[in-house]
Design a protein around this ligand. Structure first.
Ligand code: GDP
Ligand code: MG
Length: 324
């Protein structure tokens, strides 16, 4: 059964900074993207002032632990923070969700922080759609900082690069050699590199990253710095945070931040258009009954004709789109 919410009542509470209302609105945009416009029409005046930080790296490098420590420091500095954890590598177990909760319990009760985990695939319209909408809600809520934690880069599922203003790539000792890193596309994406688990070593990888960065030309005029942290003891985290603020200042002064904001919105606009068109097509051309019929033939007649059937079906279609 679908839960009905009174959106107007929720918005009123939300505007009074009620975290439960924030949680409910997030649930609505997650599960029912078609209702997003009903929510966002109440936020036409919001400023897009939240600073969006992406934290990325392979599973287990310490992203959640680091996010927790950074958050604590930012909270102490009076900031309000919204966190989104995306971990599509654990589709069924919900392990990411529970794990992150445990790692972040010490901060998640703080009134100035809110956290949401998206542990599985299968969000309507995709994970990036859900992440974007949640980030907008955080902005409307007035969060100073939004942290998006995500596994890996350049996946079709979710590209943090289109959303975050500063991307931090986390590596750990024993990751492998520089060539592997280049293959993984890590050198193109990071604004900042951090070698976490420095208690286990990592000087060698830091040197390799530095060398690789020295060989790269950065058109933006920003040469990514490399920090080393121990997220358990908190050592080095202040440097990492300082690097983030330095990058923020750099992109503000060079007007790159505006470019990034524009990119964020144009990405969203395209996605909205595609999802509208997809809906149009699925409503007009894809009919479950018909699909079942084709499947039934395929199975019962012992003849595999699905390509031919769909091909013939579309031969007869006139794709003229008329406005009302
Ligand atoms: N030794 C050591 N372990 C760490 C450090 N940071 C995180 N860990 C541990 O590494 C494991 C994975 O951390 P987690 O934050 O869940 O990684 P994520 O998958 O990248 O979010 C946990 O057991 C952490 O306690 C660190 O700096 N040093
Ligand atoms: Mg994590």
């Amino acid at each position: 059964m679908k839960t009905e919410y009174d959106i107007n009542a929720l918005i009123t509470k939300f505007k009074n900074r009620d975290k439960i209302a924030l949680a409910k609105l997030i649930t609505i945009v997650e599960n029912d993207p078609d209702r997003a416009h009903e929510i966002f029409k109440h936020f036409e005046d919001i400023k897009h002032d939240s600073y969006i930080i992406g934290i990325t790296g392979s599973p287990g490098v310490g992203k959640s632990t680091l996010t927790g420590v950074m958050c604590k420091k930012l909270l102490d500095g009076g900031k309000t923070i919204g966190i989104i954890c995306v971990d599509p590598t654990s589709p069924f177990s919900g392990g990411a969700f529970l794990g992150d909760r445990v790692r972040m319990t010490n901060i998640s009760l703080h009134p100035n922080v809110f956290m949401r985990s998206l542990a599985s695939r299968g969000y309507k319209g995709g994970i990036s759609r859900a992440v974007f909408d949640i980030s907008l809600l955080y902005e409307a809520y007035g969060m100073d900082v939004i942290i998006i934690e995500t596994v890996g880069v350049g996946q079709s599922e979710f590209d943090i690069y289109n959303l975050a203003y500063t991307v931090v790539v986390i590596l750990v000792p024993g990751y492998g050699d520089a060539i592997q890193m280049q293959k993984a596309g890590l050198i193109e994406i990071g604004d900042i590199y951090d070698i976490n688990k420095k208690d286990l070593g990592g000087e060698d990888i830091a040197v390799q990253v530095e060398m690789m960065l020295d060989d790269t030309i950065f058109q933006s005029g920003w040469r990514p710095p490399v920090s080393m942290t121990d997220a358990i003891s908190g050592e080095g985290v202040d440097d990492l945070i300082q690097n983030i603020w330095d990058h923020k200042e750099h992109i503000e002064l060079s007007e790159l931040l505006d470019e990034k904001k524009k990119k964020r919105f144009s990405y969203k606009i395209k996605e909205l258009i595609y999802s509208k068109i997809e809906k149009l097509i699925s409503e007009n051309f894809i009919n479950e009954e018909e699909i079942n019929e084709i499947v039934k033939h395929a199975v019962e007649d012992g003849k595999f004709k699905i390509y031919q059937t769909i091909h013939n079906k579309f031969e007869d279609v006139n794709f003229e789109i008329k406005k009302k």
